[in-house]
Design a protein around this ligand. Structure first.
Ligand code: AMP
Ligand code: MG
Length: 425
């Protein structure tokens, strides 16, 4: 009796998710720096540390509407005396004082205005009374106010030269405000990775097309474009390729040439029309892996052509999503000089039993909840790789090692939070 050898496509060498990630990360490099206008720096990452070029505030200014005075002129603490001071001028924000405040004198001052020389304290308006004495404007103050009150000294918030942000800091609203205050109209940021997205499958229609028998709409490409934006990359859309290897290969070569990274979806399983398998078998590129011991997404494949990485994700939406999270996100973080390429994990308790057993690691789309100080995690519906609805519910992935038995409710499991900033991810 003879047995025919298994076709090449079925004989795949499976690698662990960790090994696969290591192979991916070895093939990506941090991207270069570019300078963008401050208004476009939101959600970008700083390419260099930022030090304050000047102190802030840059001059001694008032924190209140009131009177700039010399504290020595005011009633002493606990005394019932009063000060009657001659008012020299009125200082709105932006004005430069003309007079030095001498003994027995004060200047009216508004919030944000420069303090006149001689003055060391601002008395808030509500504690003062204006009076006219011998035709001159005066102010009466009946309370003690400690020296320095309501005065923001030069550099009291940011001293000159102080390091404000380290490299790779994500620029949000607060960072933007500080950069603007310090005159950084152009911000050095890490260039966004340009990432091509190509969906393969003759069954695919675009969202705008009417349904037709046997066809489904391409949801992976728009999903990946959204995930790429969330990860700080710039998606480049190549549409869809029918299951014809020559046509798809030409599009893949173009995408790799034009982008920093190319994502494809579909065509990596072992079906008759799984064209990525044929393309990778026939071209000069190097396959990094074509099978990973994980569910969903075991046929996830990675290859390199002319130094550019191709991540060929599974066509099943759930598997495509998980493959993106596990491999594309760390690759993008490396490109973006993110301090943590690999995703941080936390421990949480299973909110419901998980009955499935598996020879492979499993990444279950799930949702985190905090109850009575404990973090719980709930699998988001059925965990089939084809399901899309669970992606919309998921804010995390439960990481389950290969299991011989199911897990009980309350079991402690490892979870990867997916939202940026969530639990320090
Ligand atoms: P494949 O990996 O090409 O065998 O596809 C696996 C399953 O995912 C099939 O049911 C496909 O119809 C489906 N699929 C493939 N590509 C997409 C896509 N871009 N959007 C939604 N579903 C897809
Ligand atoms: Mg297909």
């Amino acid at each position: 009796m003879t047995t025919s050898p298994l076709p090449e496509r079925f004989r795949r060498q499976a690698v662990s998710p960790e090994e696969a990630l290591g192979r991916v990360l070895a093939r990506v490099r941090p991207l270069e720096t570019e300078t963008v206008p401050l208004f476009e720096a939101w959600r970008r990452r700083l390419a260099e540390p930022v030090a304050a070029p000047h102190p802030f505030p840059p001059f001694r200014r008032s924190a209140m509407d009131g009177y700039a005075v010399r504290a020595a002129d005011l009633p002493a603490e606990g005394s019932s005396g009063e000060a009657l001071l001659q008012v020299l001028e009125s200082l709105p924000a932006g004005a430069v004082p003309r007079f030095v405040v001498g003994p027995g004198q004060a200047s009216r001052i508004m919030t944000g205005a420069m303090l006149p020389e001689g003055a060391d304290t601002v008395v808030m308006l509500e504690m003062t009374e204006t009076v006219v004495r011998a035709g001159a404007d005066c102010v009466r103050i009946r309370k003690h106010v400690p020296k320095g009150r309501n005065v923001a000294d030069v550099g009291s918030e940011v001293a000159a030269g102080v390091r404000l942000f380290g490299e790779s800091r994500l620029i949000g609203a607060g960072e933007t405000a500080l950069l603007a205050s310090l005159g950084m109209a152009g911000v050095p940021v890490v260039r966004r990775p340009r990432v091509g997205v190509l969906a393969t499958g003759s069954e695919l229609l675009e969202a705008a097309e009417p349904l037709a028998p046997g066809r489904i709409r391409n949801s992976n490409a728009p999903m990946l474009a959204a995930l790429l934006r969330e990860a700080g990359a710039e998606p480049v859309l190549y549409g869809r390729a029918a299951d014809r290897p020559e046509e798809a290969e030409a599009m893949i070569r173009r995408g790799l040439a034009e982008c920093d990274l190319l994502l494809t979806t579909g065509g990596v399983s072992v079906g008759d029309r799984d064209i990525l398998v044929d393309i990778l078998a026939g071209w000069e590129g190097e396959t990094l892996f074509n099978k990973v011991t994980m569910r969903p997404g075991s046929p996830t494949t990675a290859a390199v052509l002319d130094g550019k990485l191709l991540l060929a994700l599974s066509g099943n939406p759930g598997a495509c999503f998980v493959g993106f999270q596990l491999f594309a996100v760390p690759a993008l973080r490396t490109m973006l000089r993110h301090p943590m390429p690999e995703r941080a994990a936390i421990q949480a308790r299973l909110a419901e039993a998980f009955p499935k057993v598996n020879a492979y690691s499993r990444y279950v789309r799930s949702r985190l909840e905090v109850r009575e100080g404990t973090v719980w995690v709930r699998p988001a519906g059925d965990d089939f790789s084809s399901l899309m609805t669970t992606i919309a519910e998921a804010d995390s992935l439960v990481v389950l090692p290969p299991l011989k038995e199911g897990l009980e409710q309350g079991a402690l499991v490892t979870v990867i939070p997916l939202a940026e900033g969530m639990f320090g991810s």
